[in-house]
Design a protein around this ligand. Structure first.
Ligand code: C2E
Ligand code: MG
Ligand code: MG
Length: 722
């Protein structure tokens, strides 16, 4: 394209140069023509002027001839008359009377004496013209010639004929005038023109074609055009030749070519620029389009393919795979606990970690495999020709290992793990959307198994997902349709088994499946977010019950309510608790909130703020399932917690497991130091009760003391029934 533009520009350059040169040439021709025309005018004017001046000057001879004729050939007082006449003719240097061809009188005489008595018909330089004058009977010009009296001059012979008595005429002689040619011509513009670059030449041709120079002026170095014109002199002909030095007026051909060259260069450059402009704009549009495409189809942070492009590329890969027949695998990856790193170390560190993970993923797969970021901490990998199940497993492990390598950020070594869900086409599905759904389910399954896990898609997952979805739907109905009930389990003082409080535990009276325990529907509620309204429903029900008992003066025992992590993190949580307490009128001191250890540990700062506020409202806080998380003594000290509930897994094998016994002992001792109450969960046997008492644990909860029972009249008291 560039070559084409250059070619056009060069062509334009030469074309313009050619035109310029031609125009220059035309201009010059025109100039020459103009000059010639001007010259013609000038020469015309000058020739006419010379003719007019000569004729005028020679009028002096006419006047004197008249005197001769009037006096019958004997003019009186010639000098006086001649003087009178010459006053009007300054270019005439002398007048002569030449009777019978012999000069008899001259005015003025001084200086001209030598001419006196000269016989014109015998004097070679004068005889020819004199004879012609007599013969033709007209004024005839002779010269320029060397005068007898010295110097050069032009002489006009005016023949005078006198009337005879017989009516005829007889030749008397001449009245002649010597003309000072220099003075005559000084009245013309010839000298001025000579000063302006003209040259002139006035010649007299004789009958043989020989030319005698009359006068000349100006330089004749480079005459462009020379023109000549006849000057009619009395009874003869002179020729005036004039020309002009061309170099004087015309700027020059070379200069014209130079200007053309520059103009051609300018136009060629303009053409080049104008032709290049669309190309430049096109390139700009292309690059902007590319940038927009990058933005629209790539992840801004990591530069990986985004969800949108992944979808398109996956569809494309599936079409190709359908042709080639090889298997294709879609892997979904989700970083474990990424949110915690993001929250605790800031988004900047989180972003850098994501970039590092993206780079590692890219480095582990082949160039034609696709690596995408789906958003947040989720990535996807499409493996073309993914090989066997073992190959896939090996690669997934390789990815997990690559990601698990420590990343150094802000002088800290961060370690992150990932969970992977895998689905394979065509075995698991043939469309992009189906595979995406499968990979999602597999990832979800792998997440539930724990960190660093890999799960392959299994059709059962689909069924489970459908079941959960259905359950979710039904649970929505249950919330609205009063199918939920609360069971209360006593928390007792271990020495005598006397209840000191109750824990409210939710039950679902399902229209088809009967009573469902929380383990059957809480996961679905958590997944759908329904757990939040469900949690507020429990709080409302418990508070209503407490308020009713209080109003009846029955001195109800405190009730513990389980708070899900989602509800605890709900923005409206504190407000809602306050509103429910106020609305129901339940005494806050009778309400205890159970929050699991892992919930508390997630974002400690926010946790502390919420707990402080709850405590300010007068509520009690217990840590549920204690021992399963990773809380440290130092952390517990910072939080306004009242009770620790030892998870039932430690109590369960208490009799046989020394380790569990040690843990319980340690927890009890620690709680005593921190002035916390301890409740052992899941006490089922008398032996367990004894061990716990021996460890100094004062409260317990378990089937040994009572199972969770549905309240007969939940809103009117803890009338526990079977
Ligand atoms: P949790 O808060 O640790 O509740 C104690 C669980 O242990 C209850 O199971 C209870 O029935 C069971 N349990 C009590 N004593 C014994 C015993 O001696 N042996 C055995 N094997 N189990 C015993 P449940 O009612 O099935 O509840 C399970 C979990 O569901 C609860 O664990 C709690 O985390 C959750 N949950 C129950 N109700 C609610 C609720 O209203 N809201 C929320 N967010 N979670 C709830
Ligand atoms: Mg509980
Ligand atoms: Mg518990």
């Amino acid at each position: 394209m560039l070559r084409k533009t250059s070619l056009i520009s060069v062509t334009v350059f030469f074309l313009v140069l050619l035109l310029g040169t031609y125009w220059n040439h035309l201009n010059q021709a025109l100039f020459v023509k103009e000059q010639a025309s001007l010259l013609r005018d000038v020469i015309n004017t000058q020739a006419t002027a010379i003719e007019r001046l000569l004729n005028q000057t020679l009028l002096s001879t006419q006047m004197m001839a008249h005197e001769v004729r009037r006096s019958g050939g004997e003019p009186e007082d010639f000098p006086r008359r001649a003087e009178e006449i010459l006053r009007d003719f300054p270019a005439v240097s002398s007048l002569q009377l030449v009777p019978a061809g012999v000069i008899r009188q001259i005015y003025p005489l001084p200086g001209n004496e030598a001419a006196m008595g000269l016989h014109l018909f015998n004097y070679p330089l004068a005889s020819g013209p004199a004879k012609r004058a007599r013969q033709d009977g007209v004024l005839t010009l002779n010269g320029p010639l060397e005068l007898v009296q010295g110097g050069m001059g032009v002489v006009g012979y005016n023949p005078v004929f006198l009337h005879r008595g017989d009516g005829g005429e007889s030749f008397w002689g001449f009245v002649s005038a010597v003309i000072d040619l220099e003075r005559l011509l000084s009245v013309t513009d010839l000298e001025v023109l000579a000063g302006n670059g003209y040259f002139y030449e006035l010649v007299r041709p004789d009958s043989d074609g020989v030319e005698y120079l009359v006068t000349a002026g100006g330089t004749r170095e480079h005459p462009g055009t020379v023109q000549m014109l006849d000057v009619q002199v009395p009874n003869g002909r002179w020729i005036l030749r004039m020309g002009r030095d061309l170099d004087e007026g015309y700027p020059g051909f070379l200069f014209g070519v130079l200007v053309s060259c520059m103009v051609a260069l300018l136009i060629a450059w303009l053409v080049h620029y104008v032709l290049r402009e669309p190309q430049r704009l096109r390139a700009l549009v292309d690059s902007r389009t590319h940038e927009l495409h990058q933005l629209a189809y790539h992840d801004f942070l990591t530069g990986l393919v985004n969800r949108r492009l992944l979808q398109e590329e996956l569809e494309q890969a599936l079409r190709e795979q359908l042709r080639s027949g090889g298997p294709l695998a879609l892997l979904y990856l989700d970083l474990d606990d990424f949110k915690r790193i993001n929250d605790s170390m800031g988004h900047e560190v989180g972003d850098q970690l994501l970039v590092a993970v993206a780079r590692r993923l890219r480095s582990q797969v082949r160039a034609n495999d696709i690596v995408a970021r789906l958003g947040g901490d989720e990535f996807a990998v499409v493996l073309l020709d993914s090989g066997s199940g073992e190959d896939l497993l090996r690669l997934a492990e390789k990815l997990i290992n690559a990601i698990r390598q420590p990343v150094k950020l802000q002088n800290r070594e961060l370690v992150i793990s990932t969970s992977i869900g895998i689905t394979v086409a065509p075995a698991d599905g043939e469309t992009a959307s189906q595979l995406s759904r499968n990979a999602d389910l597999a990832l979800y399954a792998s997440k539930r198994r724990g960190k660093n896990c890999i799960a392959f898609f299994d059709p059962a997952m689909q069924q489970e997902a459908s079941r959960l979805m259905q359950l979710e739907e039904e649970l929505r109905g249950a919330l609205a349709g009063q199918q939920l009930e609360l069971a209360y389990q006593p928390i007792v003082e271990l020495t005598q088994g006397r209840p000191v409080a109750h824990e409210a535990l939710i039950r679902w009276n399902h229209p088809r499946h009967g009573w469902l325990p929380p383990s059957e529907f809480i996961p679905a509620a958590e997944q759908s977010g329904l757990i939040v309204p469900l949690g507020y429903w429990v709080l409302e029900a418990v508070c209503a019950m407490l308020a009713a008992s209080d109003a009846q003066g029955r001195e109800p025992l405190p009730v513990a309510v389980n708070i899900s992590p989602q509800q605890f993190r709900d923005k409206r949580f504190l407000k809602e608790v306050g509103r429910i307490l106020k609305h129901s009128g339940a005494p806050p001191a009778l309400l205890e909130l159970e929050i699991t250890e892992t919930t508390l540990m997630d974002n400690l700062d926010a946790t502390a703020t919420i707990l402080d506020e709850l405590q300010r409202m007068g509520l009690r806080i217990s840590i549920d399932d204690f021992g399963t998380g990773y809380s440290s003594l130092a952390l517990l000290k910072q939080l306004p917690v009242d009770t620790l509930k030892i998870d039932r897994c430690f109590v369960h094998d208490l009799e046989t497991e020394e380790g569990d016994r040690q843990i319980i002992q340690a927890v009890v001792a620690m709680a005593a130091k921190l002035d916390l109450d301890v409740i052992a969960e899941g006490v089922e046997s008398e032996a367990q009760r004894q061990w716990l008492l021996a460890f100094g644990c004062r409260c317990g909860q378990g089937y040994l003391f009572g199972r969770p029972e549905i309240a007969a009249r939940p809103h009117s008291g803890v009338g526990v029934t079977a």
